[in-house]
Design a protein around this ligand. Structure first.
Ligand SMILES: Nc1ncnc2c1ncn2[C@@H]1O[C@H](COP(=O)(O)OP(=O)(O)OP(=O)(O)O)[C@@H](O)[C@H]1O
Length: 225
């Protein structure tokens, strides 16, 4: 197996105010196992759309999507959900943590859903949160955490099941520069340690420069930057 994610001639259009907007017009991309890749491009160029297709949250109008060499565009919804839960982790800018649960529980939850035992899930959650500098925040609910702390919980949650691929949309976009740097470095280090691949949309050129490759969305296609 070579590529954790491959897109072939992927197209996606939307209807907007009665007109068709061709957002992705034949995207080709291959992310080798273990690579951490930046996705850049102006606002509205289609980065989030591409992440949704790669994360099996949407289907392309045409073209093919492969996750770990398996073509997934035409699988049933149930099968796609199974692959998404088992092999893909997500980090969003506005982290979607469960507000009524502690940081620790937020990181345990996906592991329990995946069938891991409670003791093991708890130990892994504590380890991840500790490595992200949150050992003193385990029992805090998201509402009592700062933005940067919440983002680190979201990163721990995405890493918890050791997915093959993490998809991140501006993972540090709402943080100040110093916090964004620290959170991003911790994220990259944990992903590299676990040999997890990542595709990370960012507007921050300094973060893009720290990844293994950068792809730019240009008029609906990708160019290696
Ligand atoms: N569900 C949808 N329905 C209609 N139009 C959509 C939909 N999703 C995205 N679009 C349009 O597709 C284009 C690309 O949006 P997308 O969110 O992928 O861009 P982006 O590069 O992620 O932007 P940003 O950097 O601002 O997050 C935009 O014009 C957007 O309005």
């Amino acid at each position: 197996m070579n590529d954790v994610l491959k897109l072939e001639s992927v197209c996606r259009s939307f209807e907007q105010a009665g007109a068709r907007v061709d957002v992705l017009r034949g995207v080709d991309l291959a992310i080798p196992m273990g690579s951490i890749v930046a996705l850049v491009g102006p606002s509205g160029s289609g980065k989030s759309t591409l992440l949704h297709l790669a994360g099996l949250l949407e289907r392309p109008d045409s073209g093919r999507v492969f996750i770990q060499d398996r073509e997934v565009s035409k699988l049933s919804d149930g099968e796609r959900t199974r692959i998404r839960r088992g092999q893909i982790g997500f980090v969003y800018q506005f982290h979607h943590l469960l507000p009524d649960f502690q940081a620790l529980e937020n990181v345990m939850m996906p592991q329990l859903i995946a069938g891991r035992g409670k003791a093991e899930a708890r130990a892994r959650a504590i380890d991840l949160l500790t490595r992200l500098g949150l050992a003193h925040r385990l029992d805090h609910r998201p509402g009592r955490l700062s933005g940067g702390e919440q983002q680190r919980v979201a990163i721990a949650r995405a890493l918890a099941n050791e997915p093959a691929l993490i998809l991140a949309d501006e993972p540090t976009g709402n943080l100040d520069i110093a916090t964004a740097d620290a959170v991003f470095d911790a994220f990259i280090e944990l992903a590299r340690d676990a040999k997890i691949s990542a595709l990370i949309a960012t507007h921050n050129p300094d973060l893009a420069a720290r990844m293994d490759a950068t792809y730019r969305v240009v008029e609906g296609r990708l160019e290696q930057a």
